[in-house]
Design a protein around this ligand. Structure first.
Ligand SMILES: [Zn+2]
Length: 402
């Protein structure tokens, strides 16, 4: 058995609702993990006695704050190519739609990515995943979607799964997203709804589609979701990002796990999502970079929905691996309190991935946690762009820091 003890935690943010108002803080705390699972989290005075020979590793937090590892529930981590030209063009006044119409945008990433080997895809993604881990992300969802065809989509999923075998990477969850950039092939949707979903079944947990004008219609997305459900793939939707296109209502109708973006969702859309138990995932980095309405964090909570915040890490609209930055942006742009933002980035992300074994520091969950470079947990949001992460523990093992 491996045993990890963390002592001297000034503020332990459990993100466990049983510990009181969010983020469920316990002061002067300790955490004990055995074989990667938390077996004690609470006041240090209550830490069970452990014989010296039984402790595999011990972390002295010296008064620092500890939070759960971030669960980044929406990323496009696997890509090749360079979109810095798009970024410069947008800064000079070009629109997202205008760039796409002139051959840039998602289609240019898809051209570069679909031409890459699996090894090239893994190498590019590994570098970004390492940067995520360094900033406290212990679980990351990774979508396909730049393949533009069957073989390249499967290669993207295989590349994401190849990251899973590396013990010093965040835990990876994969999503098949064949409907992303609009395909010029008339038979493309037929193909993804037959061969695609069957091949994705052993490779992915979720299916996703970009429901938007210029991308895919409600009817096309629904057709994919029905076909994917027959293969056990759970549904996610890119909904109401650039316009109110009906993706949120579709997510509610099909019982999706999550509806993501939602900047253009109405309050009644958000209530429909809440009533259907659909997790709302806001992506404040993309909202900031693209302009337009703010991410509806406050509105989703007021509608009664469960909320997650994620990076949307992608080359076009949010080239960021940083969950601490997304917390800051959630407070600044989406009207969340720092505590709500922290819960959305941890427990909320776990719900948006249907992973009940993580997202909070409590007995029986995976020991995924972050020791901050601060005695005050609030600095994870308050210190904008700061170097806030000291140590990262993944499955009860120190993987970063010290
Ligand atoms: Zn996305």
């Amino acid at each position: 058995m491996t045993t990890l003890v963390l002592r001297g935690i000034g503020e332990l943010c459990t993100c466990d609702p049983r510990r009181g108002p969010p983020p469920g803080v316990v002061r002067n705390a300790a955490v004990l993990a055995e074989d990667g699972i938390v077996t004690f989290a609470g006041p240090e005075a209550g830490l069970p006695r452990i014989a010296a020979g039984e402790v595999t590793d011990e972390i002295d937090c010296a008064g620092a704050a500890v939070i759960p590892g971030f669960v980044d529930a929406h990323t496009h981590l696997v890509w090749l190519g360079d979109r810095s030209g798009d970024y410069a063009a947008r800064a000079a006044g070009a629109t997202y739609e205008g760039i796409a119409a002139s051959g840039g945008g998602i289609a240019s990433t898809a051209r570069a990515t679909s031409g890459g080997t699996e090894e090239e895809l893994v190498a590019a993604a590994r570098q970004r995943a390492r940067a995520m881990l360094a900033q406290g992300t212990t679980t990351v969802e990774v979508k396909s979607g730049y393949g533009l065809g069957h073989d390249a989509e499967m290669r993207m999923l295989d590349a994401a799964r190849a990251l899973q075998v590396d013990p010093d990477m965040p835990d990876v969850v994969t999503t098949y997203m064949p409907l992303h950039a609009r395909s010029a092939e008339p038979a493309y949707i037929d193909d993804v709804c037959t061969r695609g979903v069957a091949a994705a079944e052993p490779r992915a947990r979720f299916v996703d589609a970009f429901c938007e004008r210029g991308a895919y219609s409600v009817a096309e997305c629904q057709r994919l979701f029905v076909a994917a459900a027959a293969h056990g793939l759970r549904v996610k939707v890119h909904a109401e990002q650039r316009s109110r296109s009906g993706g949120a209502r579709l997510a509610a109708r099909v019982g999706a796990v999550s509806a993501d973006h939602l900047e253009h969702a109405s309050d009644s859309d958000l209530r429909a999502l809440a009533a259907a138990g659909v997790n709302c995932v806001i992506l404040p980095g993309a909202a900031l970079m693209l302009g337009g309405p703010p991410p509806p964090g406050r509105r989703a909570l007021d509608a009664g929905a469960r909320l997650a915040v994620a990076t949307d890490c992608n080359p076009g609209t949010c080239y960021s691996e940083s969950m601490p930055l997304m917390l800051s942006l959630s407070v600044a742009l989406a009207g969340l309190t720092p505590a709500e933002a922290l819960v959305a980035a941890t427990a909320g992300g776990a719900h948006a991935l249907e992973m009940r074994d993580r997202g909070a520091i409590s007995e029986g969950r995976r020991c995924d946690l972050v020791v901050l470079n601060s005695r005050a947990w609030i600095d994870v949001a308050y210190h904008l762009g700061g170097d806030v992460v000291r140590d990262v523990v993944l499955g009860g093992r120190l993987v970063r820091g010290r």
